[in-house]
Design a protein. Structure first.
Length: 318
């Protein structure tokens, strides 16, 4: 028999998605004991959709609990869910994602068989919102037995909607970081803190459908997103230096990857001058990275030529 399971779903203006997310929980081969939906100050019809779900569930398992709060961001919403969770196991699901039916059953089996494991996550299907096209994203073959180090060397491979964790983890390391300067990266910081104290297990198959929204990143939130990533790295760097003998080289690689990703995001938005600046910084940390060098050189072609090259590539892809 499984320990009680609580599912935490933060929701903000999720009227179009929340019902399918909850349906995917209700379709689990191993049902949880409760679903906690934390409405983070939605201004759309999220509340009315949830109220219908509650009415339809009535006295059936799992019980659906609805909590409304003023808009404070996903970290506060998840922390509210954790504080109100009765389960010994806590699973997370973003309101626009969906679980596959075996998700909880496979992950609970790992926690029960391996008491040293505090958190188990999995691969995912990335689902394009407009086309429905699915691609598999699994990282298991690249991981070692040192999850804490892997989160530095591989980047954050833990997708929040795939996480099942013991409540004990949050009792020991605390909640998600509510500092607005790490908004969007608070999950990565949490997994680092847990991996510093507990083993992390990975199911190398997709157990979640992760929706890739068409809105994507715009110019302003590209800036915010990567500034948050930089600030998060600065926060966690001192602890990593204490724990790992080769911390300096690993940290340089991580800084290089972060600035390369920032440059790539700007490049895709055709902000070529700003992208070139980020690629230059990335090359300081990773001098001989062929992808960074290649994109840096591309930015020297000028916006007109680059736009034509991008148009040609799109035409060739069909």
């Amino acid at each position: 028999m499984s320990e009680p399971i609580s599912v935490v779903i933060p929701a903000y203006n999720s009227e179009a998605f929340i019902a399918k997310a909850v349906d995917s929980v209700l379709a689990q081969e191993l049902l949880p004991d409760e679903i906690i939906i934390v409405d983070d100050g939605s201004s759309d019809g999220t509340q009315s959709v949830v109220e219908k779900l509650i009415a339809g569930q009535q006295d059936k398992k799992p019980r659906i609990k609805y909590i409304h709060q003023t808009n404070q961001g996903p970290a506060v919403a998840r922390n509210t869910g954790i504080k109100n969770a009765a389960g010994d196991y806590i699973a997370f699901l973003d309101a626009d994602d969906r679980w596959l039916p075996a998700r909880l059953k496979k992950q609970v089996a790992i926690l029960q068989a391996r008491p040293e494991v505090g958190l188990v996550c999995s691969g995912r299907f990335r689902v394009e919102e407009t086309t429905g096209r699915k691609t598999i994203d699994c990282k298991g073959s690249k991981l070692s037995d040192d999850s804490y180090r892997d989160l530095w060397t591989q980047g954050n491979y833990v997708v929040t909607s795939t996480v099942l964790a013991r409540k004990q983890c949050f009792q020991e390391v605390g909640g998600f970081d509510e500092d607005r300067r790490v908004l969007g990266c608070e999950d990565a910081g949490m997994w680092l803190r847990i991996a510093g104290r507990f083993a992390v297990a990975y199911v190398n198959e997709p157990l979640v459908e992760y929706l890739v929204r068409t809105s994507g990143l715009n110019r302003s939130n590209i800036q915010r997103s990567y500034e948050a990533a930089i600030f998060s790295l600065q926060k966690h760097e001192p602890e990593f230096r204490k724990r790992c003998v080769d911390a300096e080289s690993v940290i340089r690689q991580q800084w290089g990857r972060t600035y390369h990703a920032w440059g790539l995001a700007l490049f895709n938005e055709e902000q070529f001058t700003q992208a070139r600046e980020k690629f230059q910084i990335a090359m300081v940390y990773r001098r001989y990275s062929p992808p960074t060098i290649r994109f840096y050189l591309l930015t020297l072609l000028g916006p007109f030529v680059l736009k034509k090259v991008k148009q040609l590539k799109r035409m060739m892809r069909g």
